[in-house]
Every structure is written in C-alpha cells, then in structure tokens.
Design a protein around this ligand. Structure first.
Ligand SMILES: [Zn+2]
Length: 100
C-alpha cells in the first residue's frame, strides 16, 4: 500500500524516483527506531509533497472522488489535473472526504 502511494506520486510527477527511494529508506530507519509512519506522511513531513499533492495521491490510490464544498458535485482526480483543488463547474474549493 505504501509502495503504491509512492508509485502514484512518481507517476503523477510530484516526486522523483530518487525522492521515493530516500523516503522508503527513511521509513525503514524510523521503523527500526520504533516509529511507524506511512510513506505519504513522510513525504509530506519532508516537504517533498504539498498538502494538495498528498491529497491528490490519496484520492487516486483509494479511488475517492473529490467533492465541491459549494455545489457538492463529485469529481475524479483525473478530471482535475488542470486546476487541482478547484471545482471545474463553480470554482469552489474541493475536498477529499477521507475516512480512516
Ligand atoms: Zn462546485
């Protein structure tokens, strides 16, 4: 699952293969110190990904549509590549309804 997050982030062009490998090594190092952290969280912490990019990768990974806070329409991430985080219909702010 972690690997898939990293794969998508690389495919989307948000991080390089090198950044992914570094993050995976860092994750392994932290694990030996007893800290469990997901690669996505780690990339966020290292500022390799912006918050918006992080949410985009999660939305793709989990097939979660974005929802417009204003008109409440749902959009697939792939429809939003030109203006991520913005509703193509009304220009409102989009959110990813994440459930854990
Ligand atoms: Zn809208």
């Amino acid at each position: 699952m972690d690997l898939r997050f990293g794969r998508i982030a690389v495919e989307q062009g948000y991080i390089s293969e090198g950044q992914l490998q570094e993050a995976l090594h860092e994750q392994e190092r932290l694990r030996t110190e007893g800290e469990e952290i997901e690669v996505g969280q780690l990339l966020l912490r290292r500022n390799s990904l912006s918050t918006l990019q992080f949410l985009e990768v999660l939305a793709i990974q989990k097939s979660i549509p974005w929802i417009c806070r204003k008109c409440e329409l749902l959009f697939d991430t792939r429809e939003l590549l030109e203006a991520p985080g913005r509703c193509p219909k009304c220009g409102g702010t989009l959110a990813v309804p994440l459930r854990r």
